[in-house]
Ligand binder design. Structure first.
Ligand code: BES
Ligand code: MN
Ligand code: ZN
Length: 492
């Protein structure tokens, strides 16, 4: 599905389907013009009462002026539409369109007043929602559902004065959607396909497609770097570990990069501290942090953002075997600090701590790690917000704002030194777990001990990167948040 901007008047725009908003029973501005040009086709349809006064209700009518059909979309009874109601209405409109034979459409849904939200925001939401509705993961099915119908191209109508900046905005939203699609595909692929080597190949492909530099370090190179923690997690698996380093250089080399570090556990069985069997398949999503790093770099490369970013993905599998790390083992991390492994299922922090130490060599302006790190974060925040941990208030504000702007929110969590006490070990510099209390916080505290040389934030996306249940699947989060963060850091 492709989006574009046009500045023509709706009543003069030829289309298979005009999509218009009805708010508090009233037609939006362009819809009124279309109504006038079509001998009241729209207001007569409204007068029948067939369009329920509830956000997301839809009514399809026949020809009006240059439109072969008109889809009326209710935004609810209030004159001012809430953000959630708007997004819900978009979902239902784009779902409905899939049941029509309209090959193209023109949307004016951004004419609805949604709080203080800009036209750019409302257009971005349309792109992201339409692409979310259109997403399918069927590559491994031999009997596929028939391809959904609905428009292949959607035109968004804009005022001339705003059209250039809105075109940029829409192109960026499409790049974000492409990045999300990559992250979703990687998350949804089974763990026998999406292995550490597969993630490395994917990074190589992005590098080829967008002319980026990529390095993939193998086990030997990790050994010479003394990455004792990352190697300890990989030890139980027959899949070789990979450390992927993908460089996006959109700015002069002297400009310090943003480091994005993604947890790439392609399957988390728990290791010797084996997880219970129920829903263990969902631990294929444990590489979602890695997927979001690759997806975000793909997105900003497509945008040609003027910024430097280095993506670092420690990738391995957490498996039990005769070679696997045991509870009680003490590891020496790349930083030199020692860790007593009390639970081999707390493996994310072990691969990330060495990746954080490694990140220091790029002298990052800021390092952000993204990880499906703790079940405790899901208990704390559920599925709406990712957990955000950082000591830097300005950085927290930037990430909170970025998430809010693209409907991919995070919520700040504490990182007080008091919690560090829980990581004390009688035998090593620290333990890899801190007990049941504040599990998401102690995991972040563990990471903070390896991120002392640069500004750092940690996003725990255990509750947001994927959905479980009947319609289980990867969400592509937090690609929008990260992309938006980088957009606001890049000049121009
Ligand atoms: N990958 C899991 C975290 C996770 C759990 C993500 C559920 C999504 C849903 C992580 O490696 C893990 O196993 N964490 C343990 C930590 C514990 C042993 C301290 C957890 O959360 O139970
Ligand atoms: Mn685990
Ligand atoms: Zn894990």
């Amino acid at each position: 599905m492709q989006f574009s901007i046009k500045t023509s008047a709706l009543e003069k725009t030829r289309t298979a389907c005009a999509i218009v908003a009805v708010t508090g029973g009233e037609l939006s501005a362009s819809a009124r013009a279309l109504d006038a040009a079509s001998g009241n086709a729209l207001s007569e349809a409204l007068a029948t009462g067939d369009l329920a006064n509830k956000a997301g209700a839809t009514l399809l009518i026949g020809e009006a002026a240059a439109a072969q059909r008109v889809l009326l979309v209710s935004m609810g009874e209030e004159r001012e539409v809430g953000e959630k109601a708007f997004v819900d209405a978009l979902r239902s409109a784009f779902r409905f369109l899939q049941t029509t034979a309209a090959g193209d459409a023109v949307s004016c849904l951004h004419e609805a007043a949604v709080g203080q939200r800009s036209t750019a925001w409302k257009m971005r939401q349309q792109v992201l929602v339409a692409r979310e509705i259109g997403y399918r993961f069927e590559q491994l099915k031999t009997k596929r559902e028939p391809a959904p119908r609905g428009p292949k191209s959607i035109v968004l109508l804009a005022d001339r004065a705003e059209s250039a900046s809105l075109a940029t905005e829409v192109a960026r939203a499409e790049a974000i959607a492409n990045g999300m699609q990559l992250a979703k595909d990687l998350g949804n692929l089974p763990p026998n396909v999406c292995t550490p080597s597969y993630l490395a190949e994917t990074a190589r492909k992005i590098a080829r497609d967008f002319k980026l530099k990529v390095d993939v370090l193998d086990q030997k190179q990790m050994e010479s770097l003394k990455m004792g923690a990352l190697l300890a997690v990989a030890r139980g698996s027959t899949q070789p570990p990979k450390l992927i380093v993908l460089h996006y250089s959109g700015a002069p080399a002297r400009q310090a990069p943003v480091a994005l570090i993604g947890k790439g556990i392609t399957f988390d069985s728990g290791g010797i501290s084996l997880k219970p069997g129920a829903d263990m398949d969902e631990m294929k999503f444990d590489m979602s942090g890695a997927g979001s790093v690759l997806g975000t770099i793909r997105a900003i490369a497509e945008m040609k953002l003027k910024i430097n970013v280095v993506g670092i993905v420690p990738a391995c599998e957490n498996m039990p075997s005769g070679h696997a790390t045991r509870p009680g083992d003490i590891l020496t991390t790349m930083s030199g600090q020692t860790v007593e492994v009390l639970n081999t299922d707390a493996e994310g922090r072990l691969i990330l701590c060495d990746a954080l130490t490694f990140a220091a060599r790029f002298k990052p302006a800021v390092a952000i790690d993204i990880a499906t790190l703790t079940g405790a974060c899901v208990i704390a925040l559920g599925h709406a917000n990712s957990g955000l941990f950082t000591r830097q208030d300005a950085l927290a504000a930037e990430l909170l704002a970025a998430g809010k702007e693209v409907g991919d929110p995070c919520w700040r969590m504490p990182l007080d030194d008091e919690y560090q006490e829980q990581l004390k070990s009688p035998f090593a510099d620290m333990a890899n777990i801190g007990g049941r209390a504040a599990g998401a916080v102690t995991a972040a505290c563990f990471l903070s001990r390896y991120a002392k040389d640069f500004d750092w934030a940690h996003l725990d996306v255990a509750g947001t990167a994927w959905k479980s249940g009947q319609n289980k699947g990867s969400t592509g989060r937090p690609v929008p948040l990260l992309s938006r963060f980088l957009i606001s850091r890049a000049p121009g």
